[in-house]
Design a protein around this ligand. Structure first.
Ligand code: MCA
Ligand code: AMP
Length: 475
């Protein structure tokens, strides 16, 4: 397989990365990531403190150059989730910026500082190891319906093939300048949003934190592409009526891409009506990287996620009524869940197709329409996947909670919001909504916190004692 980042070999003075005014050219990135790669070569696995900064991008590129698997950590991960990820992935070191304050749970690891030195570092003379395409590149943690998150092992082969397939369907080249504000501990922001431009030899400008103004500014000053989750496009759509600069900026972009959750047709229409531009939807998953997309030269068709990417095989299982589970096969797939052969086996059919759990129908010409999910216990909020079970377990750990159930409810901004249904231990003084939200944020992660808490005397259960979640609906 060719090098993951051919542009690092030519090491030009073209801008590769820019975060909040700090930037690196390809020559500078090759030098700074190259010398870090030499320092970490041979480390078993490294964790990366994945703040939305230049240091995270440099750390991950260095790990890829060194052939050392990297585990990106959400810097807001709470105690319980962080302890699980560390125990499961057993990194030997943590890559972090010199200014990062790390939690005590990381104290046992060797801290390797990512110092972005720029051109001062000479490009290493030595060529870094030739790495097997099947070797693990990244381990990305993702939620299931129950239990703690699982580490999806992503080989170099999957990253290279998914990025090249996207280049084909989006006409993505070295001339593109991508703007985004996605977190760097998931596939969308890290693999598509950072490694994607670097593989093309193009440029990425990261906003640090999402804002409509930041998107306007960058698309008005040379950026050509925008990646976002539907919540970001919803916030953009909300601003269009009053913001002429934003409308102009979007109208001038080459490509607007949405993914991680469904972009409602209403938001598609509002954006197209105001700007004349269609938002391109693509569909992926941590375990599969990207499966389908609307092609840049195809019919955008809101409400669909386009057609299978080159090299990806897609079928619907048990679709006698026209709707079935999406199953996929191809070089874009992960190698398995770390330490979870049981879960890996369960994720595939007997004939080797990956079960996505997403339910869909197909248009006559093969466009995929996602209509829902098999598991009601998976919540997609702001583009983050959240398992109801992990939040229920965290809530049950709170002394003020006797019973708990968690559901997802429609939310115009987040797509779905996490709603908790709680039977308090002491009905006279239940823990407050804020206290429970803080508890979940501190144990798991802030995006997993319940946005609404309902207090009940009992949870509705069937004869078997199973909670009947369908009976739990906010008024
Ligand atoms: C609020 N905050 C708290 C608490 N309450 N912190 C601690 N304890 C609390 N009780 C803080 C948050 O940390 C945050 O801080 C701020 O309040 C707002 O947080 P939140 O409510 O979560 O933000 P939001 O406004 O709801 O965020 C919307 C968002 C975000 C920006 C769209 O959801 C987002 O970045 N989503 C991207 C998800 C994504 O990348 N998914 C990819 C996975 P502060 O203000 O400092 O930030 S899916 C994937 O990879 C597949 C392959 C695919 O297909 O793409
Ligand atoms: P994650 O496991 O966090 O990587 O999220 C993957 C899930 O996000 C998929 O299984 C889908 O349910 C959902 N998803 C991603 N992209 C889209 C999209 N364009 N439309 C609808 N759902 C999507």
């Amino acid at each position: 397989m060719s090098a993951l980042f051919p542009a690092l070999l030519t090491a030009s003075n073209k801008q590769a990365l820019r975060f909040d005014g700090r930037a690196l050219t390809y020559a500078e990135l090759a030098a700074t990531a190259g010398s870090l790669a030499e320092r970490i070569e041979g480390a078993g696995r490294v964790a990366v403190w994945a703040t939305p900064t230049l240091e995270t991008a440099v750390g991950v590129v260095a790990a890829l150059l060194a052939g050392v698997p990297a585990v990106p950590l959400n810097p807001r991960t709470g105690e319980r989730e962080l302890a699980h990820i560390l125990k499961d992935s057993t990194p030997t070191a943590i890559l972090a910026a010199p200014t990062d304050q790390l939690p005590p749970a990381l104290a046992e690891l060797t801290r390797i500082e990512v110092v972005v030195a720029g051109a001062a570092d000479p490009t290493p003379e030595r060529t870094l190891p030739q790495t097997d395409p099947e070797s693990p590149a990244l381990i990305v943690y993702t939620s299931g319906t129950t239990g703690p998150p699982k580490g999806a092992v992503l080989p170099r082969r999957a990253i290279a093939t998914t990025l090249d397939a996207l280049a084909d369907v989006w006409g993505w080249t070295a001339d593109d300048v991508l703007v985004h504000a996605l977190p760097l501990f998931h596939v969308h922001g890290l693999i598509l949003g950072i490694l994607g431009p670097l593989r093309r030899g193009g440029t990425v400008r990261h906003l640090g934190k999402f804002s409509v103004d930041g998107v306007t500014r960058e698309l008005s000053s040379g950026a050509t592409m925008l990646f976002g989750v539907p919540t970001m496009y919803h916030r953009i759509a909300e601003s269009l009526d009053t913001d002429r600069e934003l409308t102009k900026a979007l109208a001038g972009a080459r490509l607007l891409v949405s993914g991680s959750a469904a972009l409602p047709v209403h938001d598609h229409r509002r954006i197209t009506a105001a700007t004349g531009r269609a938002v391109i939807e693509r569909y992926g998953m941590t375990e599969t990287l990207m499966n389908t997309s609307v092609r840049v030269d195809g019919d955008p068709r809101p409400g669909t996620v386009g057609v299978p990417l080159p090299g990806v095989e897609l079928r619907l299982a048990d679709d006698s009524d026209g709707i079935g589970e999406i199953q996929v096969r191809g070089p874009n797939l992960f190698s398995g869940y770390l330490n979870r052969p049981d879960a890996t086996a369960a994720a595939f059919t007997e004939d080797g197709w990956f079960r996505t759990g997403d339910m869909a129908s197909l248009d006559a010409d093969g466009y995929v329409r996602i209509v829902g999910r098999k598991a009601t216990d998976l919540i997609k909020s702001g583009g983050y996947k959240i398992g109801a079970g992990e939040i229920e377990n965290a809530l049950l750990d709170h002394p003020g909670v006797r019973e708990a159930a968690v559901t997802g409810e429609p939310d115009a901004d987040l797509g779905e919001r996490v709603v908790a249904w709680v039977v308090p231990t002491d009905r006279q003084s239940p823990p407050s909504e804020e206290e429970l939200a803080n508890h979940v944020a501190a144990q798991l992660a802030p995006h997993k916190r319940p946005r609404t808490v309902h207090y009940l005397d009992t949870l509705p259960r069937n004869d078997m004692g199973k909670i009947m979640k369908r009976a739990l609906k906010s008024a």
